[in-house]
Design a protein around this ligand. Sequence first.
Ligand code: UD1
Length: 355
Amino acid sequence: MKILTVVGARPQFIKSSMLSKAVQPVQDITEIIVHTGQHYDEKMSNVFFNQLKLPKPDYYLGVGSSSHGKQTAQMLEELETIIQSVKPDVVLVYGDTNTTLAGSLAAAKLHIPIAHVEAGLRSYNKEMPEEINRQVTDHLSSWLFCPTASAVENLDKEGITEGVYITGDIMYDAVLYFKDIAFQHSSILETLHLSKKDYYLVTIHRAENTDNPERLKSILKTLQQLEKNVIFPLHPRTKKKIEQFNLTNLLSYPIKTVDPFDYFDMLTITSQARMVLTDSGGLQKEAYMLQVPCITLRDETEWTETLQFGWNQLAGTDQNKILNLINTFQVPNQYPQIFGSGKTAEEILTILTKK
Ligand code: UD1
């Protein structure tokens, strides 16, 4: 079997690393990897390939940043040629980025079956580019690998019932596999002079927060009022927007901005945070997987199971609401395994290769 994997953004490197590891020892499966170049900075891309020991991509498209239409179109054009030449049995895509959309559209037009890892997630907010990407991808896919039970229900509501499997979350495989390695290798707490459970970790990168000056300002003003260190790794988009909206003066103590972390530092600093504040889907999950309280700076989340038991709370961007949630957060005493058993990659491969 020939699998053509299409990746391009930071979380996709993490997710695909586990499937690539599972594929390598299997004799009759070949994986061909395409990196679209959606993320291209050293700290957003290369560092993950090195740390996660990902195979070097067979094709690098180098599309870089541009408007959604242009970026997706450039990927689509190149992917069509690659798919025609490779003739894969399946095109494998992850998550909900423009890379995911381009991979699935290119494959569907050439009648190549698509496998979607992280299928069935919904925010029901079409203002989010990701919501459009995942809805289209799910409707084009032949294999839909759902991380959670609610993802299966979401697909059912849209009439998608064929080829749907609940496999757990592949990010959980990665957390379990790399956690101890990360703790051994990372000295990020010492480097930043942090004590365990004595700092907040904050990430912001969603368009709805970064491109709206009022929401961005409200988040930064809230962070300013916290009484412990606030570690704030800056996504390149967030950095640009803070500068563009003249908000750099709000980045003073207790906020400490740093460059994006590599995976080992990120796992380490997340696991020892007092609390995570984020608009990232991946980090909401990783906080849960590492049993760290999380406040989500959005009005809705796709990861509803994390809310159910109180580990994650939705705050939006209102200052009073965020501060109130931080001050009243009760660490739950229940911790169900909502993301499966950590064997998602093997399970996906078994299903894909079933005759
Ligand atoms: C993308 C995904 C998002 C995912 C995130 C993970 C889409 C629509 N969004 O968002 O779902 O959660 O990746 O991180 O696909 N930039 C750089 N260097 C880079 C990458 C980006 O400077 O290596 C800057 C550019 O100014 C670019 C902006 O960041 O325009 C946004 O990058 P883009 O890939 O379009 O979206 P993300 O915000 O990273």
